[in-house]
Design a protein around this ligand. Sequence first.
Ligand code: ADP
Length: 187
Amino acid sequence: MRLIILGPPGAGKGTQASRIADRLSIPAISTGDIFRANIKNETELGLQVKELLAAGRFVPDDVTNSIVENRLAEDDARNGFLLDGYPRTLEQVRALDDMLAKHGTELDKVLELVVDVDEVVGRLLRRAEIEGREDDTEDVIRERMRVYTEETAPLSAVYREKGLLVEVDGMGEVDEITARISDALGA
Ligand code: ADP
């Protein structure tokens, strides 16, 4: 299955993505994780995107698109994948469509984790204390939410129009949410 998981920062996408991907034996591909690993390893890409991530801004589309294109070309993604954190802009939606069309494939479903924004800001602030992620300070969290609402929230409408969107209630226990997603996927 070729899937996308959408939802605001703090919605629990990463946690659910790895559970669902395990269940379906497909790779969970997180652009945020790819960027963070590059920053940690001080690669050229890492140095290029470090400041952007720390400010809660997006990495430019051309950079992000080519990273995803290379990742999707790897063997393990040939028969399916779950993208987490990509696409995030309408331009990335177009780029992904082109990548898939080139390989004669298409998306099966787009999952949206629907959550209460005030609740997730609280979650992120708690995560900030535990993990100390550099982009989890209060100001940066607010900026990430602003950018999400402006740039990424409109993607739901696009995928709804394509008949791919599946909305899942993202509030509650982690296991409960995983079960809802499985049901929604019929998997
Ligand atoms: P979140 O917890 O906010 O969903 P992610 O781990 O998905 O965060 O991403 C962290 C940061 O990585 C983003 O705030 C952004 O700077 C960068 N990033 C991740 N994916 C993309 C993307 N598709 N386009 C542009 N920037 C991205």
